[in-house]
Ligand binder design. Structure first.
Ligand SMILES: [Zn+2]
Length: 482
């Protein structure tokens, strides 16, 4: 009986508090409306004039609303008189209510919460901050996420402008720069790949109603990125174009190597996962091995093929990891090589050059590699340049003999070209990283690439969550260590 009475008393108190907060909110809303109305002088404003006034003041309202909601849910915590020290567990008395203002996408939110200080541990703490998952510093995680998302798409200066314009929250380019690097720090291929179930579902959707297992493609390729040496450190990002003229360092083009898995359904490409980094081939294959080992690519459910150019290291690595996959020498890379010979050898006779290219490609398409090699060996080179081109092509065809079976590969439904990786290269690497005047530190370019892969793979939110957890964990540990 007594206990029931206590509960109902607490309930009554809570209801009273709720009603009070509501009243307070209604009053605030009235005031806000007054302000909006004051702003709109015209008796018959246009829609644009009205929305402009509301837009300019919206965060005042939504920020206050959020503050009230916190008060409503955390009334007990806000009136807390004692709290255990996170380090020694001693009960500590509240010092005072310290208001803390934080910036969110819905405006400034005021956290009025008691502050505690454990003297023996020399540690200050605010339990409400931990309960709410408040980010250290002023800019909250929603702002950070929006900023990171923008910075992954467009240059930092543009990202800053867009964020300011669209959300009303400012964040310096230096802070954005630091943010993307922190979010991406330590990301590995498995952090940015979608979960296995998602990949399996995509495969199942393509397989449905078909006699054959779907074709899965692994394409490997590189793209050149503008990088700068570590020695260039100390210069602020931005305005590189002008500084570069006087800069003592020289930009360098480095290859970002990457791979992409995708499905081919009729003429459509269905993306599974991508991973691109400025890395050597051992690192690339280490990442590929990780993907294989966790079973992200169910080889028993696919007809797997590998499409790549003639680079020896690619085929060597692929052979070890996916020995049963169909190996396809990229048709277009191959055609380019053939064209080079034609240009060098038939430089004066463009018609003959074209004829020769067509005949050679037709024979290669039919799988007559030996015949083409035989013919090449009997060409009488017209120049030293032609000799070199012919020798190159001979080596190339001899090395890739087993991977040129275009007609039967096409009949089996395999793609002959690695257009799938070229578009990924363009989207992941070039669109954001290849911009006039931008030279990247390798570590930063890898961070950006990892985030762009995450975006492309549909795992950006997941990556940001990982970052959020890490920051909150660190801030708590920091509190404990102090
Ligand atoms: Zn303590």
């Amino acid at each position: 009986m007594g206990a029931a009475a206590v509960i109902s008393l607490a309930e009554v108190r809570e209801q009273k508090q709720r009603a009070q907060i509501r009243r307070q909110l209604h009053e605030q809303f009235d005031q806000w409306l007054d302000t909006v109305e004051e702003q709109v002088k015209e008796p018959k404003p246009t829609l644009a004039q009205l929305t402009q006034a509301v837009w300019a003041l919206r965060q005042e309202l939504t920020g206050q609303l959020t503050t009230a909601l916190i008060e409503q849910r955390y009334g007990t915590e806000q009136e807390q008189h004692h709290a255990p020290c996170p380090q020694c567990g001693r009960q500590v008395a509240a010092r005072a209510v310290v208001p803390r203002k934080v910036e969110t996408l819905v405006g400034e939110v005021e956290l009025a919460r008691p502050y505690f200080y454990c003297v023996p541990c020399r540690q200050g703490f605010a339990p409400l901050d931990a309960a709410l998952g408040v980010a250290p510093g002023r800019k909250q995680f929603d702002v950070q996420q929006a900023a990171a998302k923008l910075a992954v798409e467009v240059p930092y200066e543009t990202a800053q402008d867009l964020l300011q314009e669209l959300s009303g929250v400012g964040l310096s380019t230096a802070r954005m720069h630091e943010l993307t690097n922190t979010v991406a720090a330590g990301l590995s291929v498995l952090d940015v790949t979608p979960p296995r179930q998602e990949i399996l579902a995509k495969i199942a959707a393509v397989a449905e109603g078909r006699r054959w297992r779907p074709i899965g493609v692994l394409a490997i390729d590189g793209a050149d990125l503008p990088t700068r040496p570590e020695a260039a450190k100390g210069r602020r990002p931005g305005r590189k174009k002008h500084r570069a003229k006087r800069a003592p360092w020289q930009g360098e083009w480095r290859e970002a190597k990457g791979f992409r898995f995708y499905l081919v359904e009729d003429d459509r490409i269905i993306h599974l996962l991508s991973w691109h980094q400025s890395q050597d081939h051992e690192e690339l294959f280490a990442a590929l091995r990780q993907v294989k080992e966790v079973g992200l690519i169910p080889e028993d459910q696919l007809r797997l093929c590998v499409v790549a150019d003639g680079a020896h290291w690619i085929w060597q690595g692929v052979q070890q990891l996916f020995p049963t996959a169909e190996m396809i020498l990229d048709y277009y890379h191959c055609a380019e090589r053939v064209h080079q010979v034609a240009t060098a050898h038939y430089s004066e006779q463009p018609e003959q050059a074209l004829e020769w290219v067509e005949a050679t490609m037709a024979r290669l398409f039919a799988g007559e590699v030996a015949g083409v090699i035989w013919g090449l060996q009997r060409l009488r080179p017209a120049s030293a340049q032609a000799t070199a081109a012919i020798d190159d092509l001979l080596v190339y065809l001899q090395n890739n003999h087993a991977r040129i079976n275009y007609r039967s590969q096409r009949r089996a439904g395999y793609p002959l070209g690695s257009g799938g990786i070229e578009s990924a290269n363009k989207f992941i690497c070039q669109v954001r990283l290849k911009r006039s005047g931008a030279w990247w530190y390798v570590a930063n370019s890898n961070h950006m690439l990892a985030l762009r892969c995450a975006k492309y793979n549909g795992t950006f939110e997941h990556v940001f969550e990982r970052y959020r957890h890490k920051v909150l964990e660190q801030s708590q540990q920091k509190n404990v260590k102090k």
